[in-house]
Design a protein around this ligand. Structure first.
Ligand SMILES: Cc1cc2nc3c(=O)[nH]c(=O)nc-3n(C[C@H](O)[C@H](O)[C@H](O)COP(=O)(O)OP(=O)(O)OC[C@H]3O[C@@H](n4cnc5c(N)ncnc54)[C@H](O)[C@@H]3O)c2cc1C
Length: 489
């Protein structure tokens, strides 16, 4: 089949943060993309307020950091307090630039981010976005796929043929149903009210960190959000209805510990069931699940959307290779194999946090938790590795993130290879013999030092900034072939 046989390279179902990021990454590779979104506007109930350095680096790749920087604050961290406000666990997020070139943790307003992602998509002529368009049927054939959708305004039915379909269609994913995969439920399920407030006065003395109020009766979370925005997440009791909780008497009797009705404006409020689950299969043939359609986590680590953005970054370059060089089962299978164990680690840690919140202490949160000299317990952030996926699993550098580097006068090394893989080496290069772009970095001390840090003389870096593999051998041709063997058919 030629490109003329397809309407689009990829159809993305759902334009949340995951679908929007994926569309940007695919379009940067010159792929043609159709985005079908059921709603007419951006979702406006309270959701994500935090993302991390790795996600900010992906936003850097798609070129939105300048726009979103104006609307972010650096997050200082989280404290877990017991019922008497004693510190049980401290999770600081030091204001130090990480290996990803950004601060470890940011606070943001999800609709602002989604607007920036959508705005960025407008620079690409190969992207078509159709809102009010609901997907109701897909066909998954060996060599192509077909998506059927309905224009919700005119009731007209359309169908498009594409090489791939990606379901970025959220927690109640239609694509997940279509590929007939089940969710593996990991155990946490609890209803929480989420309330976003805007402070009317500066005088209110509220913490400038996230506080997790651990309590066996009414656990709660306070988030210091951007500008005058503040959030409370409050667990509902077993048989308590949302209506009952939101009655002024119940609601304000709890919230008035911190703020009074005349001091704040309620921006939005709702009740969610926080869940922990992972889809058993993330792909069937030419259809994929990405983001909330593939996994759900309680939000205690602020990692649900982050995981979806990481999925998008992992899958985009693999789909790009398949669209240009032909469908490659092994490469596409590596998507779930690399991402699902990483997501699982985040969900398990978030569930432990949930247990701690629902108790008055005593739960071990993760292996990075330790007791300090003053007796309080401190937690370092976790950075789970990629799962098995691509490359030689005996290679100690495989699957590690390659750091973000400034070279020369403040130039980002990432921008030099943008959406491509590269081989960097301090050995002599004969580019004609290599099918992958190679750089000799022996005259760039910033990068040579990184090779030393990884204790190797050559590295292949993937477009998503993870290391495919390392080699000390002189035969770069053989090394680059090991990459081609796994990624090209
Ligand atoms: C209270 C709360 C706090 C959170 N806090 C954080 C946090 O701090 N940090 C973090 O990283 N994450 C957080 N999350 C999680 C985060 O909000 C989600 O993981 C993220 O929004 C999911 O993005 P998505 O693009 O995968 O799905 P969604 O944003 O749900 O987008 C799916 C889209 O698909 C569309 N769609 C669905 N079906 C169809 C169809 N058949 N046809 C066409 N379109 C369709 C929908 O209209 C929707 O726009 C939080 C979540 C909650 C509830």
């Amino acid at each position: 089949m030629t490109n003329k046989d397809f309407d689009f390279d990829v159809v993305i179902v759902g334009l949340g943060p995951t679908g929007g990021t994926l569309a940007n990454l695919l379009a940067m590779n010159n792929l043609s993309v159709l985005i079908l979104e059921r709603e007419s506007g951006i979702y406006n109930l309270p959701r994500a307020v935090h993302f991390d350095d790795e996600v900010m680096r992906i936003f850097q790749t798609i070129g939105i950091t300048k726009t979103i920087a104006k609307k972010l604050i650096i997050n200082k961290g989280t404290k877990f307090l017991d019922e008497n406000d004693n510190l049980i666990l401290d999770w600081p997020r030091p204001k130090v630039i990480t290996e990803n070139g950004w601060y470890p943790s940011y606070r943001f307003h999800q609709p602002d981010l989604e607007r920036s992602i959508r705005q960025r998509l407008k620079i690409f002529k190969t992207v078509v976005t159709l809102q009010n368009s609901e997907v109701f049927k897909i066909i998954n054939k060996k060599n192509f796929s077909v998506v059927h959708y309905k224009d919700l305004k005119t009731e007209e039915i359309f169908s498009v043929k594409s090489k791939y379909i990606v379901g970025c269609d959220g927690a109640n994913s239609f694509i997940r149903n279509e590929i007939k995969t089940e969710m593996e439920h990991l155990g946490f399920e609890q209803r929480w009210a989420v309330i976003d407030l805007i402070l009317k006065t500066k005088k209110i003395n509220l913490p400038d960190r996230t506080i997790q109020y651990c309590n066996s009766v009414r656990p709660a979370t306070y988030c210091r959000n951007v500008g005058k925005r503040r959030r409370w997440e409050i667990a509902l009791k077993e048989n308590e209805s949302a209506e009952k909780f939101f009655e002024d008497k119940t609601f304000w009797s709890f919230l008035s510990q911190w703020v009074l009705p005349h001091e704040v404006e309620i921006e939005r409020k709702t009740v969610y069931t926080f869940q922990s689950a992972i889809a058993k299969k993330w792909r069937k043939g030419r259809s994929f699940l990405v983001g909330d359609s593939a996994h759900l986590t309680p939000p205690f680590m602020g990692q649900g959307m982050c995981a979806g953005i990481r999925d998008a970054s992992n899958l985009a370059w693999k789909i790009n290779i398949c669209c240009k060089n032909g469908h490659n089962e092994r490469l596409l299978d590596s998507y779930q194999s690399e991402r699902s164990s990483n997501v699982r680690d985040y969900i398990n840690t978030a569930m432990k946090m949930g247990e701690l919140l629902n108790s008055i202490g005593g739960t071990k949160v993760s292996d990075t938790v330790y007791v300090q000299q003053d007796g309080t317990i401190k937690m370092n952030s976790i950075k789970p590795a990629l799962g098995k996926g691509l490359g030689d699993i005996k290679d100690k550098n495989r699957g590690k993130i390659f750091p973000s580097l400034k070279i020369g006068i403040n130039k980002d090394f990432d921008s030099l290879f943008s959406c491509n893989s590269i081989l960097i080496t301090n050995k002599k290069i004969n580019q004609k013999q290599l099918k992958i772009k190679a750089y000799n970095v022996s005259k760039i001390p910033e990068i040579e030092n990184v090779l030393k840090y990884f204790n190797t003389s050559s590295l292949i870096i993937r477009p998503d900034r993870f290391i495919f593999g390392s080699s000390d051998k002189n035969n770069l041709e053989k090394f680059s072939e090991s990459y081609l063997k796994e990624t090209y058919i």
